[in-house]
Write a protein that binds this ligand. Structure first.
Ligand code: FES
Length: 157
């Protein structure tokens, strides 16, 4: 739905945000990957909503841009194409199924490993899409695959 904002001339991108592309291009492509500010990010559009996260899976660096999006336990996840790890779009939590062996029959339940994938904030201004990095100082597992050292190893391969 096309919307024009009367105050559009006064809006500017948030500080330290990175331009990804035009909204219509992102929506049409559904997945966009871009190296911005030293990070490979994946921006995806799912059911009209934009999400951003580190592009490489926290497990061993799989290409999340090729993952399917599915709902598990009521939460939208991207499923890594390499080993099928499930990552929530909204928080970057790793989900897994735990089985209680003492239950009869053993009943699997969904559990969270906590935040494993760094998810970033998406802002839309005048139909331009920007990503602002999640600057949580805590190390998140997916950070490893954003280092120059890691890039050097895959570029050599
Ligand atoms: Fe993503 Fe293993 S690399 S599940």
């Amino acid at each position: 739905e096309e919307q024009t904002s009367p105050t559009s001339s006064s809006s500017s991108p948030p500080p330290s945000s990175h331009f990804i592309g035009r909204k219509e291009d992102v929506v049409q492509a559904k997945r966009v990957t871009k190296l911005v500010g030293g990070r490979d990010v994946l921006v995806l559009c799912h059911q009209g909503k934009l999400h951003a996260m580190d592009m490489r899976c926290y497990h061993t660096g799989g290409p999340l841009q090729e993952g399917d999006i599915e709902e598990f336990d009521g939460r939208m996840c991207i499923v890594c194409p390499w080993h099928k790890y499930k990552i929530t779009l909204a928080e970057g939590e790793g989900l897994y199924q735990a089985v209680n062996p003492s239950a009869t029959p053993p009943k699997p339940t969904w559990r969270s490993k906590g935040v494993k994938q760094r998810v970033h904030q998406v802002t839309e201004i005048n139909r331009d899409v920007y990503v602002t990095f999640n600057d949580s100082p805590d190390t998140i597992d997916s950070d490893f695959y954003q280092t120059e050292r890691y890039r050097a190893t895959i570029n050599k391969a």
